[in-house]
Write a protein that binds this ligand. Structure first.
Ligand SMILES: [Zn+2]
Length: 336
C-alpha cells in the first residue's frame, strides 16, 4: 500500500484508539510545570527535543531526566497534578484509552515519599473513559538494606498493578529479584522488565528465564539471536517498544533500521509507546507516523499495533473487544 498523505494519516491516527503501555510517569512530566515553577531556568525546551538529537549515553539521559523530574515530583500531590495533565492530553489529543505507567522506587527511597500515596495519586488522575494501571519500577541496585522492608511489602499493596525492572541493564541484578518477581505474580500482579535495550539477548534471556516475565520493555536487541527469537515467539513474549526513544538513545542508528519491522513480520505482539516524552519531546502520534513514513507500516499494520496494546491490557474482555471492534472500524474507513 502506498503512503497516506500527511493530513489523512493524521486523521487516521486521531481516530485510532490507542494505548501507552510503556510510560514512565517521571519521564512524562509536562514541561510547562517546570516553567511555571522557574521560568528563567526552564525557558527553553531541552536540546534533546530536536528530532535528530542523539544522547551520548544512558547515564547522560538518566541524569538530565532526573534533574528535571526531581524538581517537580516531591509529593503525591505533585504526582497527581502532573498525571492529570498527562492523561487528559493522551485522552483528548492522542485518543489513548488505556495506560500502563511506572513510577521509580528510587523516588520513594530518596525523597521519602509514600509509595501507596503515589499510586493512588496517579490513579485518581485518570479521566473518565481511560483505564490507568500503575507499576513500580525497581532499579538493578534498588533493593538494598534500606529498601528491603518496604519493597517486600509493596508486592502486597492493594492498588499496585505490577512491578518492572528499571535502570542500567549492564549493572548486575541481585538474587532478590527472581524471588520478588515470583512473589508479585503469586499476589496477582503483572511483572515486566526492561531488557534488550542496551544489553543483548542474554539479558532478555535473564528476564524471561530468571524473572519469568512475558512483557519485555524494549527487547529490541533480542533480534541479534535468531534462534532465541524463535524461542521467544513460541513462548508468547510481548514487546512494549518505544521507537523514537530507541533512536535518540542510539539503541538503533536510524528509524529505518529499527527491529520493530522484523519483530512484527515474525508475528510478535509489539506495542508502541513514548517511554519518556519529557526527554524525547515525542508524542504518541509521532511514533506511529514514523513507522508509517520510515518502515512502511500500512494502516492495517498500525491498527494491529494499536490492537496489541488492548490485547495485553489488564481490562475486562468485554471492554477489550469494544476497543478492538472500534479499531477495525477505523482501519476499514482508512485502508486503501
Ligand atoms: Zn522505559
Amino acid at each position: 500500500m502506498s503512503k497516506l498523505p500527511a493530513p489523512r494519516l493524521k486523521a487516521f491516527l486521531d481516530a485510532l484508539p490507542k494505548t501507552e503501555t510503556h510510560l514512565h510517569i517521571e519521564g512524562a512530566l509536562p514541561y510547562e510545570l517546570l516553567q511555571k515553577q522557574d521560568n528563567a531556568q526552564w525557558a527553553r525546551p531541552p536540546l534533546s527535543w530536536a528530532p535528530d538529537y542523539k544522547f551520548g549515553s544512558f547515564a547522560q539521559f538518566e541524569e538530565e531526566l532526573l534533574t528535571m523530574a526531581t524538581q517537580w515530583y516531591i509529593s503525591p500531590e505533585r504526582y497527581h497534578e502532573a498525571a492529570r495533565i498527562v492523561f487528559r492530553r493522551l485522552y483528548e489529543e492522542q485518543h489513548v484509552r488505556y495506560v500502563e505507567t511506572s513510577f521509580a522506587s528510587g523516588m520513594v527511597e530518596f525523597l521519602g515519599l509514600n509509595g501507596q500515596g503515589i499510586i493512588d495519586a496517579i490513579k485518581h488522575a485518570a479521566p473518565q473513559g481511560m483505564v490507568v494501571k500503575v507499576f513500580m519500577g525497581i532499579h538493578h541496585a534498588g533493593y538494598n538494606e534500606r529498601t528491603r522492608g518496604w519493597i517486600e511489602e509493596s508486592v502486597q499493596w492493594p492498588h499496585l498493578d505490577g512491578i518492572d525492572l528499571h535502570g542500567q541493564e549492564t549493572d548486575p541484578v541481585g538474587e532478590w529479584a527472581p524471588r520478588l518477581w515470583e512473589k508479585a505474580r503469586a499476589n496477582g500482579m503483572i511483572t515486566k522488565a526492561h531488557a534488550g535495550e542496551f544489553a543483548g539477548p542474554e539479558f532478555v534471556r535473564y528476564a524471561v528465564d530468571d524473572l519469568q516475565v512475558t512483557r519485555i520493555q524494549h527487547g529490541v536487541r533480542a533480534v541479534q539471536d535468531p534462534a532465541f527469537l524463535e524461542e521467544l515467539h513460541q513462548r508468547g513474549i510481548a514487546f512494549d517498544i518505544c521507537p523514537i526513544s530507541n533512536v535518540k538513545l542510539d539503541v538503533v542508528p536510524t528509524m529505518r533500521e529499527h527491529p520493530i519491522r522484523r519483530l512484527v513480520d515474525a508475528g510478535f505482539t509489539c506495542t508502541v509507546s513514548t517511554d519518556d516524552p519529557l526527554s524525547f519531546g515525542n508524542q504518541l502520534h509521532e511514533e506511529y507516523q514514523a513507522l508509517h513514513d520510515e518502515l512502511d507500516f500500512t494502516v492495517e499494520e498500525l491498527g494491529e499495533l494499536a490492537k496489541n496494546g488492548f490485547r495485553v491490557a489488564l481490562i475486562p474482555d468485554e471492554l477489550r473487544q469494544r476497543h478492538l471492534d472500534e479499531i477495525d472500524r477505523v482501519v476499514a474507513d482508512f485502508a486503501g
